[in-house]
Ligand binder design. Structure first.
Ligand SMILES: *[C@@H]1O[C@H](CO)[C@@H](O)[C@H](O)[C@H]1NC(C)=O
Ligand SMILES: *[C@@H]1O[C@H](CO)[C@@H](O)[C@H](O)[C@H]1NC(C)=O
Ligand SMILES: *[C@@H]1O[C@H](CO)[C@@H](O)[C@H](O)[C@H]1NC(C)=O
Length: 491
């Protein structure tokens, strides 16, 4: 049995049910130099959906054309109005004590048609102003280039299904490196490629294309090609800027249901078909062998003359191998996995041959897709350490929702962060994981995709009934303020 699954035992089978019995972490502080930040994404906070020359994106489109797509029939037209209120946002980040702000650039705001021949100067200026404001207040920008809001004109040519998009994305990345690279040292090309491809396999996210087992592999392939092109471009043209480039990976980290070899292997497949689908090629140049083997086998059984999982060229493999300078990890909660037949044919779930569920004992929260299990974060960082040779890691998202019924009294969020950060210290000090930062999701409530404004991930509440979108600290914001002040005091 591989080492990390031995850790599963100690974390879950022994530890989870008796958390109080675990040894107290010997280190109560993070290493000096550890960066704390908070995160948002353009469509979820900016508003200004058609302001100053911005083009339309796929979330503008789907929320306008299919209001039922969103739980409360809302959209991101105004959202938190951060397009106008960014200076107040920066003051909030500063007063809590964050050292880093992870935000994303709206592609259609800077390139209304998605293409480099039509630059919207007002859009470029908005992000320059935000970056300058952050730096003037001692906060480092971490910039995501793509957080799901594809320009509609690019969707009209097939979006991530069209192989041309890799070069179109690289041209966009070139503009961002050229414009902001002197000031931005942390880049994320693609946020959650696994979520992006869900827009092509199911009805969960825009563009909601329902091409399970086909559209997801093709779009995922082009996301990886786009990332690799942007990474190599940075190395060739902008290495003097001395920044770091990665993706923010998401996925499933799983506890095996039993310790049978087939369930332990299923838990590994659960990881390889999610986080690993995209992370593995950025280290080794190609898909993990288990994906290649299973998708090829099923494609053949389905009578296809070629695999549903596309192949990289030799050149693409060379570009992809070693194409992250650190690993961005988004983590909310884990799953329990076992071997078995799953999903429709064709689909990723069927290819992975993994069944999964939540354990009944796991703490619930308002978002039905996650459970609160802090040990899962330690398990994930250990898995990444083992798979990829202990790379530098930043936890690029981590957080929990509330449903706003007692808007400022978010005790579950305090408990969530306190326990997840404790597990992160264990990962660092006891397991030797090279984790150097953590950006919470999220600094403030925002448009939570299909859940609209019904699920709130902020440590600062936003009043969507007020035209000025008044921001108010929740208890967790004050908790974080104290937590970070202590960290500063002792580091
Ligand atoms: C919205 O998307 C649909 C489907 O891609 C497309 O047919 C339609 O033209 C789009 N609407 C606008 C205003 O771009
Ligand atoms: C596979 O079949 C499709 C039609 O079903 C065809 O268009 C394609 O060229 C074939 N590919 C190969 C590699 O034979
Ligand atoms: C794993 O599950 C698959 C699908 O149900 C089944 O065919 C296979 O026999 C199982 N493997 C083991 C070792 O139980």
């Amino acid at each position: 049995m591989k080492g990390v699954w031995g850790l599963v035992l100690s974390l879950f089978v022994v530890g989870c049910s008796a958390n109080d019995g675990l040894p107290v972490a010997s280190h109560t502080m993070f290493p000096s130099g550890f960066k704390f930040g908070a995160a948002t994404a353009s469509y979820q906070v900016e508003g200004g959906w058609n302001a100053d020359g911005k083009g339309m994106n796929i979330w503008d489109n789907i929320t306008h054309e299919r209001p039922d797509f969103i739980a409360d029939r809302t959209n991101g037209d105004v959202a938190d109005d951060s397009y106008r209120k960014y200076k107040e946002d920066v003051q909030i980040l500063k007063s809590i004590g964050f050292q880093m702000y992870r935000f994303s650039i709206s592609w259609a705001r800077v390139l209304p048609t998605g293409r480099i021949d039509n630059v919207n100067q007002a859009g470029l200026d908005y992000y320059m102003n935000l970056i300058d404001e952050l730096r003037a207040n001692g906060i480092e920008p971490m910039v995501t280039m793509y957080h799901w809001d594809l320009p509609q004109t690019l969707q009209d040519i097939g979006g991530w299904l069209n192989a041309d998009i890799a070069q179109i994305f690289a041209d966009y990345a070139d503009l961002l490196f050229k414009t902001y690279g002197d000031k931005v040292k942390w880049w994320v090309t693609i946020n959650e490629p696994l979520s992006v491809v869900t827009g092509y396999s199911a009805d969960n996210f825009a563009p909601a294309l329902n091409m399970a087992g086909i559209g997801d592999y093709v779009s995922g392939h082009n996301l990886l090609r786009a990332h690799a092109k942007a990474y190599r471009l940075y190395q060739q043209k902008y290495s003097h800027q001395r920044g770091k480039v990665s993706m923010a990976f998401c996925g499933n980290i799983c506890q095996p249901l039993t310790l049978s070899p087939e369930d332990v292997a299923a838990a590994d497949r659960c990881y390889q078909f999610s986080y690993g689908w995209f992370a593995h090629p950025t280290f080794f140049g190609d898909y993990h062998p288990i994906l290649r083997q299973l998708v090829d086998k099923n494609s053949k059984m389905e009578g296809r003359n070629e695999s549903r999982l596309p192949r990289f060229t030799e050149e693409e493999i060379a570009d992809l191998a070693g194409s992250v300078d650190y690993v961005g990890l988004n983590y909310y909660g884990p799953l329990m996995a076992w071997n078995g037949s799953a999903g429709s044919i064709p689909s990723r779930d069927h290819d992975a041959q993994v069944r999964y569920k939540f354990d009944d004992s796991w703490e619930v929260c308002p978002s039905s897709w996650m459970r609160v299990v802090p040990q899962g974060l330690r398990l994930l960082t250990n898995k990444v350490k083992e798979e990829y040779g202990n790379p530098m890691v930043i936890i690029t998202e981590n957080g929990v929702s509330d449903d706003g019924t007692d808007p400022l009294n978010d005790l579950q969020r305090i408990s969530y962060y306190e326990r997840h950060l404790a597990e992160l210290r264990r990962a660092i000090y006891e397991d030797g994981c090279n984790v150097v930062g953590h950006t919470s999701w999220s600094i403030m409530d925002n448009f939570e995709w299909r859940d609209g404004y019904t699920k709130k991930f902020g440590m600062v509440s936003v009043d969507y009934g007020s035209p000025s979108r008044t921001r108010t600290f929740k208890k967790s914001a004050y908790w974080f303020q104290n937590y970070l002040a202590m960290h500063k005091l002792y580091q």
